[in-house]
Design a protein around this ligand. Structure first.
Ligand code: AMO
Length: 443
């Protein structure tokens, strides 16, 4: 913010500053979001980076005359006096009494979807087809501002705990998690894969930095079209060395989530309020073993056939159970079956049928997988062979184990999944800025 001849000039004078500058003249740059013309005056809402500023036009206090250039979505420089007014319920509000509007840039067409109302009222598909425009709607953009807060919280908390931020390659010679859901790519005549996760690299960096984290896109060639799967999503991963138990990872995740929720309540309060986000209170997160959770699901739900993993309805049931029993929106499920976890997962020495792993359910849906990894070279090679894998294909991954690794573990947390359930969305696409699914690669 600059002051020139007593006139405050800024691209976006935050509304919180208006009170302090009452009676002064300010110039604010933004987009004309909405115009409501009355008989002898008009309300013009100016959309700045994070707010809507109410501006009032009247020939009484302006030499300027509204013209057909003053239209919605025009980029404008509005100069006016900051004055106090009242909202309908009688509370204090500040607005700009327009002295002048300078149009900086004019749109060539009117938007294909109405974006100047409180929310975008159209089909999700139409909303997504027009994303560059619909994201201008304050409620739509608030979703991704809040998402920024989640990533910021993840980063800030982990940095405070001595983690180093890393970036690992997304074009890889081998798919990290294995299985069939990898995208193949022709790489100068060679077949390579898009990263399903940073798994193998984040582990390789444990002997380097001890504690690392990454926030980055990952790619999953999911062939099904569901409300909770994307083909590209943002994975928030961390990996930590010298752990005493896999519960160290769960404790770190609890700390991360508490920090994130607190940050959202404080620094993203406007978005939380606008989106009516239901921010959970976290004290501690209850835990249940997979076996016990499965037994409970089988007793309470009908037609459970898969005894090795959970169906979505079982997760939903467990979510409700955690709420009733512990008043918790979160539930850790631990000790998943060895058969169902990836090759790098550490088996429980007390019962090798199960692993030292966990998932975190949030309001009845999985948002995280994690666990302790194998750090011993012979143990890892032996497990790969047992699973029919060829250790020679993982030579660079196995350097981690061969040249000395500490006990370590980590997790992957799906950003869109967490956002979706914080905001009560039925479809994960609402929580993805430019979603990629089986039918959508644009815009
Ligand atoms: P996993 O494959 O379970 O584990 O993924 C971790 C978390 O990522 C999210 N997620 C998805 N979100 C949107 N669309 C998808 N298709 C999708 N698939 C997964 C979920 C899930 O809990 N390497 C391990 C993590 C680790 O052990 O560190 C992994 O990627 O929120």
């Amino acid at each position: 913010m600059q002051e020139i001849d007593g006139n405050i000039v800024c691209t976006s004078l935050p509304y919180s500053e208006f009170k302090r500058h009452e009676g002064e003249v300010a110039t604010v740059k933004g987009f004309i979001h909405n115009i409501r013309e009355m008989s002898d005056f008009a309300f013009i809402l100016l959309r700045t980076a994070r707010e809507l500023i109410q501006c009032v036009y009247s020939p009484e206090f302006s030499d300027f005359r509204l013209s057909d250039k003053v239209v919605e979505q025009a980029a404008a420089k509005v100069t006016g006096k900051i004055v106090k007014s009242e909202t309908r319920d009688g509370s204090e509000r500040f607005e700009l009494q327009i002295h002048n509007i300078e149009i900086i840039s004019s749109p060539a067409a009117i938007p294909p979807v109405v974006i100047s109302k409180k929310q975008v009222n159209c089909d999700l598909a139409v909303n997504l087809d027009n994303r560059p425009v619909t994201l201008r709607n304050p409620k739509e953009r608030a979703v991704f501002k809040l998402q920024e807060g989640i990533q910021r919280g993840f980063r800030e908390y982990l940095q405070g705990e001595g983690f180093t931020e890393i970036h690992t390659p997304k074009i890889n010679f081998a798919g990290a998690e294995g299985g069939t859901n990898v995208f193949k790519l022709d790489y100068f005549g060679k077949t390579v894969f898009l990263a399903q996760s940073p798994q193998l690299y984040k582990q390789a960096l444990v002997p380097v930095y001890e504690r690392v984290f990454e926030i980055a896109p990952v790619f999953r060639a999911e062939h099904h079209d569901t409300c909770r799967h994307l083909n590209e999503y943002i994975s928030m991963d961390f990996e930590m060395g010298f752990i005493d138990s896999f519960t160290d990872i769960m404790n770190t995740e609890t700390g991360v989530l508490k920090y994130i929720m607190n940050l959202l309540k404080t620094e993203y309060a406007a978005e939380v309020e606008m989106l009516k986000a239901d921010i959970p209170e976290i004290t501690s997160i209850p835990c249940i073993r997979f076996k016990d959770a499965k037994e409970m699901c089988v007793k309470k739900l009908k037609n459970i056939t898969d005894m090795k993993d959970f169906e979505p309805e079982e997760e939903a049931f467990l979510g409700k159970w955690a709420k009733q029993q512990f008043n918790s929106d979160f539930l850790f499920v631990t000790h998943y079956l060895s058969k169902k976890r990836p090759f790098y997962t550490m088996d429980d020495p007390e019962d090798p049928e199960v692993t030292l792993s966990f998932d975190l359910l949030f309001r009845g849906i999985e948002i995280t997988s994690g666990g302790q990894r194998i750090h011993d070279y012979n143990m890892q090679v032996e497990k790969m062979k047992r699973l029919g894998m060829n250790p020679e294909e993982f030579e660079t991954y196995l350097m981690l184990h061969k040249y000395g690794a500490p006990p370590h573990g980590g997790l992957g947390l799906g950003l869109e999944r967490l956002t979706m359930h914080l905001l009560g969305f039925k479809n994960i696409r609402n929580a993805a800025m430019f979603p990629r699914d089986i039918n959508r690669v644009t815009p």
